[in-house]
Structures are given as C-alpha cells and as structure tokens.
Design a binder for this molecule. Structure first.
Ligand code: SF4
Ligand code: SF4
Length: 310
C-alpha cells in the first residue's frame, strides 16, 4: 500500500508532511534496455534503447549525486527486465531508502528482504498470454516464482481493453497466496493512439467503482488506497495529470543514466489519458491533507498486519 518496504523513519513522513517532498523524492531507473518479453502495452520498446551504462559508470553517478545532496529516497528499478542485471540493483539499492523492483517475474526473484517486488501479471492465465506473448508455461512458472513467504511481493496489473474483465477472478486467484496485494493501474496510451488498448473515461470510472467495491471482499489485497483510486476518476484525473506533480518531485533515468522527460513513460506518453498511479500518489505526497489521510491509513494498515513503523 503506497510506498512499499522501506527504511523511512516516522521523521521522514513528518518532514514531508511539514515541508513537502523535495525534488527527486521519487523516481525510476531503467536498469537495462534488454527484455525477454514483448508485451502489447509496452512503452519501453518504443523508446528504442540499445546501450546501457556499465556498473562502474552507474556507481560513479550515484557517488557524485551523493556528494551533491541527492535525497536518495524512493527508487523504482525498471527496464527492460531489471532482473537480467541483478548486480546493478544490488549495488544501487544501497543508496536509496526505498527500493521497488518492477519485474515481469520470469527471472527468479533474488533473496532480498530489504526491497519490494512489483511483479507484472496482467490478468488471469488466458489474458496474461494475450497481453505478453510469453512462451507457454510462463504463467505457472511466474506464480511459483513469486509465491514466496520471505519476500515482499505485490502483483501489478495494467488494465487494458484486453484484460479488463478478469479483475475479480485475479483477486480470487491470488488471495490465498503469499503476495501482499494486487496493484491495478490503467494503460497509458501514446499520443495519437486510439482505443485498441485504452479504456475510455466512462469504462475506467466503472472499473474503479468495481475495484473499490471489491475491497469489501478482498480488503488490503487491493494494494492502492481508495483515496488514490478516487483521484484517478474522470472528474479528478485531468486536473492532476495536466500539471503532473511527478514532474516536480520525480526523476527518471534511461539505461544510459540520462534524464527522461516527462517521466519514465517518455515524451510520447499522452499525459491527458495517463493511467499510471504515479501522478496520483505524487498528488497525495504533495498535498498535506491527502498525505495525512494516507499516512493515517498506512498506520492502521501496519497495525492490522503487525508491522513495525520502520
Ligand atoms: S516486461 Fe516490461 S519492458 Fe518487457 S516487454 Fe513487457 S512491458 Fe515491456
Ligand atoms: S505520463 Fe503520466 S506520470 Fe508521466 S508525466 Fe504524464 S501524467 Fe505524469
């Protein structure tokens, strides 16, 4: 729920609550340009990267940033498939307070209890194959790979026109496993793209209503808060994405360590139809009233699960 496994102290939340998040609070690094899948909804392949910084070059970059007071708070490790390059994450994660690895789950998850894994599973078995084009047998393999009691794993599902009918079945399938939750986001089209994958606003609102009402049955297995989903509705979303708060507090670096604009999705992304959770959580982080609500919800959540505040 929210920020994932982290080394934040209560003081960090209070500091952000009082002064707002500093620039570069939250961001993402493209660990590699390589990936072993060819998903239908992939924005990354459209960006056409064919090279990446070496381990030494990334270490130099992190050290230099550290000397210059970079906050090193929340980092998403992305790609390509980031676990094709575990060593870079192993080095880089030591710099950040919160690390989330965004993997497609086809590579075995390393025993890293200090990070959260966001594993892309875009639907139940039938829809998963239609979305990803993964080779036969991958779905069962991923399920075994991620169902690990010692790790902090959340399933990430990008809702598109292809898979939007299987939300309840997914929740039902995963609710008796070791995964902590399912994070439902919506597909963000590229500029000029039609409705092949994108769901229009009316459909999106209906699905948000479905997700929030499924909370009565599945509780915290639905990973993002209802507050975040409310912001994703058609009456709220454009006012947030038209002036996306991520641009003020976020960073995004490509496999060569260069900044990506306006975010990890790159310059082709159609912000006016963004379905990524990032702008909405960034809106919460930058709004005191919403942040207090989220923090309070998070505390209750941890008490319920018996987690400490660290
Ligand atoms: S796993 Fe990620 S990077 Fe790879 S094809 Fe799918 S969406 Fe793209
Ligand atoms: S694509 Fe979404 S997250 Fe990226 S800058 Fe646009 S609105 Fe923000």
């Amino acid at each position: 729920m929210g920020l994932g496994k982290n080394k934040w102290a209560v003081l960090d939340y209070i500091r952000i609550g009082l002064f707002g998040p500093p620039p570069n609070t939250i961001g993402g690094i493209d660990v590699t340009y390589r990936c072993n899948l060819t998903c239908k909804h992939c924005y990354f392949h459209k960006q056409q990267y064919y090279e990446e910084l070496s381990l030494e070059q990334w270490t130099e970059k992190f050290d230099l940033l550290q000397q210059n007071g970079f906050p090193f708070m929340i980092c998403g490790w992305l790609g390509g498939e980031p676990l094709l390059r575990k060593r870079l994450i192993e080095i880089g994660k030591r710099y950040f307070k919160t690390n989330v690895i965004f993997t497609n789950g086809t590579v075995s998850l390393p025993d890293w209890p200090d990070v959260s894994f966001s594993v892309s599973v875009h639907g139940t078995e039938e829809f998963y194959y239609r979305m990803t084009g993964a080779p036969e047998g991958s779905y069962e393999k991923i399920k075994q790979n991620v169902n690990r009691p010692g790790l902090d794993v959340v399933i990430s599902c990008c809702i598109t026109r292809i898979n939007h009918t299987c939300i309840e079945e997914m929740l039902d399938e995963w609710h008796n496993t070791h995964v902590k939750g399912i994070a439902f986001e919506f597909y963000t089209p590229m500029k000029g793209e039609g409705k092949e994958l994108w769901l229009d606003w009316e459909e999106r609102d209906r699905i948000i209503d479905q997700i929030t009402s499924l909370r009565k049955t599945y509780g915290d297995l639905i990973w993002f808060s209802d507050r975040a989903y409310r912001l994703m509705r058609s009456d709220m979303a454009p006012s947030i994405t038209n002036n996306c708060p991520f641009r003020k507090i976020g960073f995004a670096w490509d496999p060569m360590g260069r900044p990506k604009n306006p975010c990890q999705l790159g310059p082709l992304a159609d912000c006016s139809r963004c379905g990524c959770i990032l702008p909405f959580y960034s809106a919460i982080l930058t709004n005191k009233r919403l942040l207090i609500g989220e923090f309070y919800g998070g505390v209750l959540y941890r008490i319920k699960r018996g987690w400490s505040m660290k």
